[in-house]
Design a protein around this ligand. Structure first.
Ligand code: FES
Ligand code: FE2
Length: 349
């Protein structure tokens, strides 16, 4: 169902303050995150082995110990029980919780969910988020979508929905037709949807010339298994060069919370030229962040959730979808993911 030996985006760095115990469910596993005194992130299974109280209801003690809030067992940052305050104070060898490898990179806390050794070189490259000055990047945002993560990936990898679902915001009637090209390299799929001499979408017009005049558009959305997405789009003068234009680079990090829910983290930056030298960058940033959140939370989210409910309610009627040419990208992603999960399950059985 899930690929386990991979890094998953757990939360933005700022969501984990010093001294707090933050719960998250990832791949159907309850987890508690906290910062050690050094600032490094630790993650444990959020389930006390005594009577199964969630550990995030306890306390973080000096020495990077988590004290269960129910009867006070204490666990170290790797999950070993370090104190039993009761009776003989004996600690049973089975009294432990699982500790997970974590890494903090690109303003994000990542967790490794598998049993193979965690490989830091496999953290996906979202280094454009490292410059998090408020003039550079949108708000780092988050949604919890009540649908399987593959449907959210399908939505992003097939942007032919934009002219309909996002008309006037990040889509428009001129963006229906485009020469779609799908490219695969290893476990990465790119879908290119360039357009020539079309009216810009609302967002691209605001990012670029603000005159509504026709533009050429570049649009490449990249998926890397299991669920890391990067959208690179922008506008430039018809027949001109991309370097003359302005665009948007958007990170879309999907993490399966459960089979039926997805943690969706997103942020974006401007790329290329800022033509309006008098533009108030703070106002722009606010607008840019709000417009993107509106599109994802008010337009994509209800549609994806409604679609997922239909699939759950009518499984027999929804097993064989009609495929359009625009589905080539998502189909490819799903095949790669199926194969990776199958291989992982075979090697662990
Ligand atoms: S449930 Fe945690 S100590 Fe009892
Ligand atoms: Fe969308």
């Amino acid at each position: 169902m899930f690929l386990r030996n991979a890094w998953y985006a757990a939360m933005w760095s700022e969501a984990l303050g010093a001294g707090s115990l933050v719960p998250r469910t990832i791949l159907d596993e309850p987890l508690v995150f906290f910062r050690k005194a050094s600032g490094e992130v630790a993650a444990l299974t959020n389930l006390c082995p005594h009577k199964f109280a969630p550990l995030h209801l306890g306390k973080l003690l000096p020495g990077d110990r988590v004290q269960c809030g129910y009867h006070g067992l204490e666990f170290g940052s790797s999950g070993e029980c370090v104190r039993n305050p009761h009776g003989s104070e004996r600690i049973s060898p089975n009294c432990k919780v699982r500790g997970h490898s974590t890494i903090e990179r690109h303003s994000m806390i990542w967790i490794w969910m598998g049993t193979a050794p965690a490989d830091p070189s496999l953290v996906p490259d979202y280094s454009f988020m490292d410059d998090d000055s408020e003039y550079h990047i949108t708000r780092r945002d988050f949604l919890r979508i009540k649908a399987n993560y593959r449907l959210v990936a399908d939505n992003l990898m097939d942007l032919s929905h934009s002219p309909y679902l996002h008309d006037g915001v990040i889509g428009g009637p001129d963006t229906i037709k485009s020469d779609i090209r799908v490219e695969q390299e290893g476990n990465t799929v790119k879908v290119h949807r360039p357009k020539q001499d079309v009216r810009p979408t609302g967002l691209l017009d605001r990012v670029y010339r603000k005159d509504g005049e026709p533009v050429d558009i570049w649009s490449t959305i990249r998926w890397t298994a299991p669920c890391y997405i990067l959208n690179d789009t922008g506008a430039y003068p018809p027949g001109g060069q991309r370097t003359e234009g302005s665009g948007v680079l958007g990170a879309h990090l999907l993490t399966p919370e459960t089979e039926d829910t997805t943690l969706y983290h997103f942020a974006a930056t401007r790329t290329g030229n800022v033509l309006d030298k008098n533009e108030d960058q703070v106002v722009f940033r606010q607008w840019f962040s709000d417009a993107r959140r509106y599109a994802f939370a008010e337009q994509d989210e209800p549609m994806i959730e409604a679609q997922y409910q239909m699939r759950k309610a009518y499984p027999a009627a929804t097993t064989r979808p009609i495929l359009l040419e625009t589905d080539a990208g998502p189909v490819r992603c799903n095949r790669i993911l199926d194969e990776l999960i199958r291989t992982e399950q075979q090697s662990s059985s």
